[in-house]
Design a protein. Sequence first.
Length: 219
Amino acid sequence: MDIKNGIEFVHGDLYGVAMDVVKKFVSKHDTRPILKYSYHRTGGDIVATDSHRLIEIKEIHGFKEDYLVDPKNFMFAKGDYPDVQKLTDKGEHTKSISLDKSQIKLWLQIFKSINQTMKVMKNVSSFNKVVVLKVQHNKVEVELKNFDLKMSLPCTTLNIPENFEQIALSAEYMRDALEAHFKLNSPSLNIYIKGNMVPMILDEEVKVTTLLLPVRLYD
């Protein structure tokens, strides 16, 4: 893609960073082995999902054909990766929350702190490592499930779908999504919401898109 000092590089400058980020989005289990790989599409895009979250990074690699690449050991393979294109369709979503670059960093720091807090809490199962993103009185709050702890989250714009109040998400997955956008230099971020049981889409509108499945809460 680039030529420097007489050397032609296959991938973009942020390819190494991208693959480090992608490690967190591939599956850790053997139930669907193909999801342990990232999908390098012809045209330069990378897609990875563990069926609970997804990342798409555009125009980052320089391969001339489709490959499956394990981001942990860079093993190459061929196979039929699931068609996930429709999952990131924002057609029926509302552009609900917009963040600037400094707010992305602040949200990331908050969710890092939340995950660290949950680590030191006793008797916190993986199911309970859930946060609730709430919209009340024209502001965004994050609440730790089963703990009396709430924090306000800054944003540039707020436009919430009608009758929407909250969505529950994995605190870890939210941290990883924000970290992906931060490490890949997203200049801004739009969060698209449709409902409390519909995937939430985080899109910088240029290069990086992430998606998170919501968590169902039981009283």
